[in-house]
Design a protein around this ligand. Structure first.
Ligand code: SF4
Length: 297
């Protein structure tokens, strides 16, 4: 095994792979509505990730999935609240939204996963998430860290300081919630300056120092209509080449604690929204390039 990937973890833990329902829970983001910032992170698209999700109420989205042939291929499933900030609502509202998807899936849902920001985790919200843990069901909380550097975080308009990430991880972990950290490779820390190998290694080291269960490594891509796209079009941001990305991703994977599960090792932009780099659209080739480097190590 070149690295501890999600399929291996799911087989070891549940005995088989799980299907995945990605839901738009109707959340917004405090980094867009003015609460902690406006405009959002510079790479964030209009839908705050999950661009492929077909809308509808939460129950409608869940029903559509659980009635579909795609779902029928799996005995059990992950329900993932993907878009925007999945804990950005009062705890009672959060409870209703998560429950409305889980009610449709019933006992076949083995994992409730929620994507959010560390500054939208507090004791009440962590308690709400933890209330969904049962003998049969785990809860994962996916936190958008992207980088350990506060300098880069300012430039990409992340809207919170890195220390918040460490606090949120501890708050969630102490309640038995499994934390998945999102990190990005290729981030700019100023105009015409990208994070270097040392910056990326520092992000991995921060993750290694905390009780993190999983990591998603994203290649930073330029999505049309974003502020990053504006920088790119003005010649102020140059994306990584595939070779540069594969080398940095392989170094990061090798540096990660071996118990940390890699949930993904590249980004996934809808082709019609991708401005650059075009190699991002061929996910298989990207994974193959990373694996070639891992094998060489
Ligand atoms: S925190 Fe997430 S949803 Fe909010 S602006 Fe940043 S990437 Fe978009």
């Amino acid at each position: 095994m070149l690295y501890y990937n999600l399929s291996t973890y799911l087989r070891n833990t549940y005995g088989h792979r799980l299907g995945k329902l990605c839901i738009d829970g109707g959340f917004t983001c405090p980094n867009r509505d003015g609460t902690c910032g406006v405009g959002g992170c510079i790479f964030c698209g209009e839908r705050g990730a999950g661009e492929h999700i077909i809308c509808g109420s939460i129950a409608e989205q869940a029903k559509r999935y659980f009635d579909s042939p795609a779902s029928a291929k799996y005995r059990e499933h992950i329900v993932y609240f993907q878009n925007f900030t999945g804990t950005y609502a009062p705890p009672g509202t959060l409870y209703e939204r998560y429950a409305s998807a889980l009610d449709v899936g019933g006992d076949s849902v083995r994992v409730l996963a929620v994507g959010t920001r560390p500054d939208c985790i507090d004791d009440e919200r962590a308690d709400t998430l933890a209330s969904f843990i049962t003998d049969r069901r785990d809860v994962w909380c996916e936190l958008g860290l992207q980088t350990a550097s506060d300098e880069t975080a300012r430039f990409i308009n992340r809207g919170y300081r890195t220390a918040r990430f460490a606090d949120a991880v501890q708050t969630l972990h102490s309640r038995g919630i499994k934390v998945v950290a999102h990190m990005m490779i290729g981030l700019p820390r100023a105009e015409n300056v990208r994070e270097n190998a040392g910056d990326v290694a520092a992000t991995v080291d921060l993750i290694n120092s905390l009780p993190v269960f999983g990591v998603k490594i994203h290649s930073l891509y330029v999505m049309r209509g974003t502020r990053l796209c504006d920088l790119y079009e003005r010649g102020l941001y140059t994306p990584l080449t595939l070779d540069e990305y594969a080398s940095l991703a392989a170094s990061s994977i090798s540096r990660l604690r071996p118990d940390i599960v890699l949930h993904r090792i590249t980004g996934d932009c809808p082709r019609d929204m991708l401005a650059a780099p075009m190699w991002c659209a061929d996910k298989r080739s990207v994974i193959a390039a990373i694996e070639t480097r891992l094998r060489a190590r």
